[in-house]
Design a protein around this ligand. Sequence first.
Ligand code: FCB
Length: 449
Amino acid sequence: MPDQTPITFPQGFTWGVATSSYQIEGAVNEDGRGVSIWDTFSHTPGKTYQGHHADIAADHYHRWREDLDLMVSLGLKAYRFSIAWPRIQPDGVGPANPAGLDFYDRLVDALLEKGIEPFPTLYHWDLPQALQDKGGWPNRETAVHFGEYARLVAKKLGDRVNYWITHNEPWVMAFAGHFAGEHAPGIQDPLAAGATVHHLLLSHGYAVESLRANSRPGAQIGITLNLSVMHPATDSDEDRAAAWRYDGIGNRLFLDPVFKGQYPADVMAMLGPMFPQMQPDDMRIIAAPLDFIGVNYYSRSVVRHDPNFPFIEASTIHPEGNEYSQMWEIYPEGIYELLMRVWKDYQPKKILVTENGICVPDGIDFDGRVRDYRRIAYLRDHIAQVGRAIGDGAPVDGYLVWSLLDNFEWAHGYRMRFGLVYVDFDTCQRTMKDSGRWYAKVIRQNGLS
Ligand code: FCB
């Protein structure tokens, strides 16, 4: 049963949605865009569900005005999108490609005109392939290039953008991309994963410097992390220790350097040999003061001791009797626990939920409607828990649903639908789902009625 308590959010609360460039834009060969690692990966046989790729995706590059109209009809206060590095620097280095910058320039202007705050993310996993060919994130130079890319973007948009996000979910890039090999660039090498963690964080620090130097006064800068709560499968000491190790790699490995300027000692005791040589200034650069932290939350992890897994000696289980989506357990209390924990342990000035959402099978009914009631229940229960965290003092300033549109869900292709708006991937036609109409009401009422 969904929670039915009415909750009013603080005035000016930032209600929004999020998307990312490769997942929605398409137009991969237009206006001078270079090739990204996700183009290469998705076109490599066997890497994605039924060989799906995002050459067209939701065709947002051509239909962005229609998508803006959808955002207006939702009454959004904020739109988080990502900038495709290969549109700005096709080879990852050198001067900016004016046509690439213009696309985002027009988008930012149009959003502002409609009173929707743009939240650009500089990197949502689409590294220029040319940089991958020179070693990618395991190569320290890539971090330096990212700082320069951030400067080029900020020089163009910095006079109007009030909120910047450097990276999206560096954990996923590092571990899904370089350890498990399930995401681009498809590498399975612990050393590459460790180097990627450090260089992504370093590049974040460089980007903060570039953004501060080229943004309007008062512009706010943050990073988005995929964080979770890690619960032990049983009360045994072994499972509890395993959950703490999971927490180390999933949460503290990123939160500690960004907020405390150091890697957690217990994680380094486990993963230290995976990490590259660090330079004396690295931790200072990584811990550059931030204005907010972006938290992506989807589910919790239930962890047990499991010696079959190298390094971490832990794995996750799916407890019986709980509700699941197509990808994860549904666990709304986790977002409350997480927000409180991030606030108490790290004291960020501000927290934004930069992604939260669910994929459940949905489709167009006989009368043209999409009755995605499970998505409504999920969002309602999670929003209620966000409200509870705010009530208990956590400085949460915004909540963004993943996602505006059904889109290319990485290795799962188009099979997983997260949108408030249904996309027919044959025609790219959009249909507002019931959850979209419901969310518009939440925004109008500034909370849950
Ligand atoms: C997050 C990603 C986003 C989307 C959602 C479902 O990990 O940031 O691009 O794939 O999960």
